[in-house]
Design a protein around this ligand. Structure first.
Ligand code: BGC
Length: 409
């Protein structure tokens, strides 16, 4: 029986490293400052949410949304092995309190790509001690943090399996050497470059241990992992490749998910398998990320999961449109929600939708050029400007935050 609350969660998402700024003790910060770097630019002050979270929550509540997905930063909370920062935990307690004041359901992620530098030096996910160290951090944070309701252990645990080759191909020999020097460890100690075996072994073990640790402190909290899932389609001749991709990239993780309260589904696009390879479907325009512009993908993924893992509660923890064309973003959101509604009508147990992202933010190796936000940010003065697409989401989410979703209503 899932611990998810009743009703449909309407929200927007962010991640600590992408919005907070000054995450200097993280492995990612070290990589951003290597020379040459794998990163287009450093995260720096990001969009300063560390100091502006209250204003950002006010914006989110004004958008008519009832939930906020954000992450807490391990590198701040446990700056050295076994040394916990009360001040960092107090900060996240204030974030949770601010959610409560505004009647926003918090969805808290414990690991969103970044970790303390010391964990990278020990090997990251490949370290034998990774599951126990990660679970210890999750347990300690959960003991302190009052007001947790829904928690994601690891964000897109499967991403290194799905996209690891892409990340490795982008890394020049010089950038790789500089990265390893900056980390004091092999590049595979940074989450995105993790080896498949480490993810399937320690990664899944860490997720399960974290769930136990969180619920030992907070038995009523709903816990799950989130997964990056493309809508996998095939042209004639590509069916076997499509099936292989599903079995390798998603199935091992979704097979583990029924132990949890829900699975976080994160879908941005569609991938087409052909007899001779795989890539964005021919004929669809590409977004600024180079992905097929395909709002139908999320509904199709929910439908696929609902049929293959019947009864598995899902929350769409990320879905969004990158790019400056905000009118397209509004249409994208509307079509994505229509697809989710259709999947629900066909039996998929989808319990929430979180648009990625509340704010334009630090898009990892690509820096600040990508713009997924409902809210734009001028980083010269950190001023926020709500985009018109936010009104479209508001109109769809309105009626009552965290209430029913179309077509139920
Ligand atoms: C990640 C986010 C990222 C987004 C867009 C997901 O892979 O969880 O951190 O910004 O996709 O690329």
């Amino acid at each position: 029986m899932s611990r998810l609350p009743a009703g449909f969660l309407w929200g927007a998402a962010t991640a600590a490293h992408q919005v907070e700024g000054g995450n200097v003790n993280s492995d990612c910060w070290a990589l951003e400052h290597a020379s040459p770097s794998l990163f287009a630019e450093p995260s720096g002050d990001a969009v300063d949410q560390y100091h502006r979270f209250d204003d950002d929550l006010a914006l989110l509540a004004d958008l008519g949304l009832g939930a906020y997905r954000f992450s807490i930063e391990w590198a701040r909370i446990e700056p050295e092995p076994g040394v916990f920062s009360q001040a960092a935990l107090d900060h996240y307690q204030r974030c949770l309190d601010a959610c409560r004041r505004r009647e926003l359901t918090p969805v808290v992620t414990f690991h969103h790509f970044t970790q303390p530098r010391w964990m990278a030096r020990l090997g990251g996910f490949a370290a034998e001690s990774f599951p126990s160290r990660f679970a210890a951090y999750c347990g300690r944070a959960s003991a302190r943090l009052d007001g947790l309701e829904i928690c994601c252990t690891i964000n897109e645990l499967n991403l290194p399996v799905m996209a690891g080759r892409y990340f490795h191909d982008r890394a020049s020999a010089e950038a790789r050497a500089a990265a390893e020097q900056a980390l004091g460890a092999p590049l595979s100690s940074f989450f995105l470059f993790s080896d498949e075996a480490a993810i399937l072994g320690n990664g899944l073990a860490a997720h399960a241990a974290a769930r136990v640790a969180i619920q030992a402190e907070r038995p009523g909290v709903a816990v799950g992992m989130t997964l990056a899932i493309s809508d996998e389609v095939a042209e004639p001749g590509g069916e076997a490749r499509r099936d292989e991709r599903r079995e390798r990239f998603y199935a091992p993780f979704l097979d583990a998910a029924p132990e949890d309260d829900f699975v976080g589904v994160q879908t941005y696009s569609r991938n087409e398998s052909r007899a001779d390879g795989a890539g964005p479907p021919r004929g669809l325009p590409l977004t600024t990320m180079g992905w097929a512009d395909c709002p139908q993908a999320i509904g199709a993924v929910c439908d696929w999961i609902g049929r293959r893992w019947p009864g598995l509660p899902m929350v769409v923890t990320e879905n969004g449109y990158p790019g400056a064309d905000d009118a397209r973003r509004a249409v994208f959101i509307e079509e994505a929600l229509a697809g989710i509604g259709a999947a629900r009508a066909a039996g998929a147990d989808v319990r929430g939708y979180f648009y990625w992202s509340l704010l334009d933010n630090f898009e990892w190796m690509l820096g600040y050029q990508q713009r997924f936000g409902l809210v734009g940010v001028d980083r010269t003065n950190q001023r926020r400007t709500v985009k018109p697409s936010a009104a479209r989401l508001r109109a769809l989410a309105l009626v009552q935050p965290n209430g029913p979703m179309p077509p139920d209503r």
